[in-house]
Design a protein around this ligand. Sequence first.
Ligand code: HEM
Length: 560
Amino acid sequence: MSFADALEMVATTPEINPEVGATETVSASSSIFWYLLVPAISLYIFYYWFSRRRLNEMASKIPGLDGFPVLGVAHRFFGKTHDEIFTELMEYIQESGDKAGKLWLGPRLHVYLLDPRDIEIILGSSVHLDKSPEYRFFEPWLGDGLLITSGNKWRRHRKIIAPTFHLNVLKSFVELFNKNTHDVIERMKKQHGKTFDAHDFMSECTVEILMETAMGVDKKGHKNGFEYAMAVMKMSNILHTRHINPFLRLNWVFNLTKTSKEQVKLLETIHGVTNKIIENKKKDFDSGQKRYITSSSTKEEDSALSANKGLKDDLDAHDDDIGQKKRLAFLDYLLESRDNGNNFTEDEIREEVNTIMFEGHDTTAAGSSFFLSVMGVHPEIQDKIYEELDAIFGDSDRDCTFQDTLEMKYLERCLLESLRMYPPVPLIAREIKKDVRLASNTNIVLPAFSTIIIGTYALHRDKDIFPNPDVFDPDNFLPEKQANRHYYSYIPFSAGPRSCVGRKFAMLKLKILLSTILRKFRIEADTEEKDFKLQADLILKRADGFPIRLVPRNRGKAIA
Ligand code: HEM
C-alpha cells in the first residue's frame, strides 16, 4: 500500500556529487556540527519528556495500550486490512472489559469511553464541542463545514442549518422520497433472481434523494450520482488510512505518496458534482424560483421521528415551532442567507453543500444496506414486518404517507435495532480543551488536549447495556426497555448540542424507502449474520459487500 511507497520516497535522499570531495575545512565544520547536534538533541528530548510529564502521568492511570515511543500502537495495524484492524480493536475492547481505555497513536493520546455517564459528560456538554484534529483530514474535501468546524462559526451555521431539517420541511419531501424509492425499485428489479450488492443501489438512491430534496435540483440534470458515491467511498478509505497511520498523518509525508494524487482526482469528481448542484440551484433561485414550504406539524409527530425519545436537542420542535410556518429547504435557505443579514459567503455555501451531500448520503446508504442484509438473514422478522405493512396498506400499491410512517411501530424497532448493531458512524471523536474527571471512575482524569473517542459500535454491543448484544432483537426497543436505559447508551446519531442535524430526515426517508421495498419484495441472503465482515472507513460497511436477492412478494400470503 501507499505507506510503503511513502517510506520509500522519504528514504530516497539526493546523491552527493563526489567531485566536491572532502576537504579539511569541511571535516572541521562537520565535527563542530556533531558537537552541537548531540547536546541539541539531548536538550530537545529532555524538553519533550518534561513538557509531556503531566500528560504521561495522567495517562498512566488509564488502563489500555501503551505501545512504543513515537509509534504508539500503530505497529499493530501495519500490513492489516481495515476489517482486520476493526475486528482486532473490537475484540481487544470487549476482552479488556474496560469502560475507559487509552490508545497511543504516534505521540497522541486517544481515550475511548464506553460508560454512558462518561459519554454524557462529553457529548451532553456545551463546552467539549471541538472535533479532534483527525477531522482536519476532511478539509480539502469539506472545507471548514458544519461537521468539522468549531466555535462561533459552528454556532452560526448550526443555527441556520438545523431548522432546514425541521419536520415541516421534511413532510414536504414525502412525495420525493416515494418517487425516488420507485425509481430505485425499478433499477433493482433488473437484478431479478440474482444476488447483487444492495449498497450500490442504496448509495445512488440516497445521493439522488438528497439532490432532489435538500438541494432542490432535478436529478435528471445530474446523472453522475453513482460516480459521486463511489468517489466518496474511496475518499473515506484514504482518510481512514491516514487516521491509523502516524506517518501519513503528516501532510508532508502524505503529499509525497501516490494516494495524495488519487485524492486530488477523487476530489475533482466530488466537487464537480457539488459545484454543478450549486450552479443550477443559483440559476433557479436568482430567477425568483424559491421553494417556500408551508406545512404544519404537531409535537407528537415530531417526537415520533426521534431515535432516542429521551434526548432533546435543537432539532426538536419548540412550542413556537408548531403550527404553520413558511420555511425554505436547505440550499434555498443558504442562498437566501447569502443575500440577507446572515451573510453566508459563496465558500461557506460550498462547504455546507459538500458536508450535507457526504453526511446525508453515505450514512443512510450504509444504514439501509445493513437493514436489508439483516432482513435477508431473518425471514421470521420479515414476516412480522409484512404483517404490520399489510395491516397498514392491505393490497394497495398507493404511496406511503407521513401518517403511515407513524404506524410502523415494528418496522421502526427493527430499524433502531439495525442502527444499534450496525451504527453507520461507528465512532465520534472530540478534543477536550480542559481536564475531565470521569463519572464512572473518579480516579481517572482525561488530560486536556487528548482525543476522546466515543465508540458507538462498542457501546451498542456492551452486554451490560444490551444483554445478548450480538443477537438482532427488535424488542430491545420496546418502550419499557428504552425507558430503563441511560439516554446515552444508544446514540447512533450522536447526542447533545452537536448531534446529527439530519436524524429526522434519515428516519423518515429510511421508513419510506425500506417499507416500500418490503411491500414489494422478500429479501434473501446466503451469508449468516455472524459471518458479516465489518470495516469502519469513517462509515461502517461490510468488507464483503451487502449481497442480497429480491423475490417478488405475493402480498397477503407472505406469512405461511
Ligand atoms: C442513518 C443516517 C445517519 C446517521 C447514523 C448519522 C449519524 C451522525 C453522527 C453520529 C454524527 C456526529 C458525528 C461526529 O460528531 O463525528 C452526525 C453529524 C452530522 N450529520 Fe448525520 N447521520 C445520519 C444521516 C444524516 C443526514 C441524512 C444528514 C443530512 C441530510 C446528516 C448530516 C449531519 C451533519 C451536518 C452533522 C454534523 C453536525 C454538527 O457537527 O453540528 N446526517 N451524524
